[in-house]
Design a protein around this ligand. Structure first.
Ligand code: IPE
Ligand code: IPE
Ligand code: MG
Length: 264
């Protein structure tokens, strides 16, 4: 399993094309409402945007794409919508997995999967296995995912990894237990649909991500809109705590971000 540097402990490499893009795909319901269609029509249409977004990532050489498909709070929606979303998830997995496999995409699903029907859990595992040898693009779907769930499950796994240990634990002890420890932290976070909030997505991992919010509704977030976000990203100055002058003059960091007390 790959281990990537933590943005609060080391300055990660910055590249013109983000290595990892994480997206909150929001606005399906409003897209449908505008057209006097049932909300579900928006979700259905949203799957097409997923397809187009994966294609753009492959074309642009983005290595990791993470999509928030269903949050741990989305169970609060009307039962009918939840059930239709689950059916859509099943259908999309069945329809798309061979195409993903052919295109070098590795599918991973993160979240508390235990709440899903056993059939859906089995389908998820089978789809992951089927694409497990691919590495051109790692497509992560966050399903019944919550940032707080992730941190708590990581703490529990960290503590049980060494029950005898009595000293303090550090960031780097926790990080390998997070659900997406196989991926670098997102360079670019995108939320469509106009809201400017994180909605319990990747709380830990977004520490130094560039945050891009757009009013475009997810079903209308086409390749041009995605390219707009990528162009915006290219103009960010990612300082990771340092000054602009240090970056412009290529000056060395004066101190490591590492706190010697934490990792002693
Ligand atoms: C996002 O679109 C998809 C999911 C949360 C599953 P919404 O369904 O939240 O769409 P709006 O926000 O109501 O428009
Ligand atoms: C966030 O969207 C979750 C997903 C896109 C899966 P929501 O539409 O559920 O977020 P809130 O509730 O408006 O913050
Ligand atoms: Mg929404």
């Amino acid at each position: 399993m790959a281990f990537f540097a933590s943005s609060t402990r080391d300055v990660p490499p910055t590249t013109a094309v983000p290595r990892h893009v994480a997206i909150i795909m929001d606005g399906n319901g409003r897209w449908a409402k505008k057209r006097l269609l049932p909300r579900f029509a928006g979700h259905h249409r949203g799957v097409e945007t997923v397809r187009a977004t994966v294609k753009t990532c492959l074309e642009r050489g983005i290595g990791f794409l993470t999509l928030f498909a269903f949050s741990s709070e989305n169970w609060r929606r009307p039962q009918e919508e939840v059930s239709l979303l689950m059916q859509l998830f099943v259908r999309a997995l069945k329809q798309e997995v061979s195409k993903l496999a052919r295109n070098g995409v590795r599918l991973r699903v993160v979240g508390d999967l235990s709440r899903f029907e056993p059939e859906l859990q089995a389908l998820i595992r089978a789809s992951e296995r089927r694409t497990a040898d691919n590495s051109r693009l790692i497509l992560t779907v966050a399903a019944n995912y919550g940032g707080r769930w992730d941190i708590i499950q990581a703490i529990n796994r960290m503590l049980s990894s060494d029950p005898q240990r009595s000293g303090e634990w550090s960031e780097s002890d926790l990080a390998p237990h997070l659900a997406m420890s196989y991926a670098p932290e997102p360079d670019l976070f995108i939320r469509t649909g106009g809201e400017q909030r994180i909605s319990n997505f990747l709380l830990w991992q977004l520490a130094y991500s560039e945050l891009y919010f757009t009013d475009v509704l997810w079903p209308e977030f086409d390749a041009a809109a995605f390219d707009g976000a990528l162009a915006w990203y290219q103009h960010r100055e990612r300082r990771f705590g340092r000054t602009s002058e240090q970056l412009l003059d290529n000056l060395p960091d004066t101190a490591s971000a590492k706190d010697p007390r934490i990792d002693a």
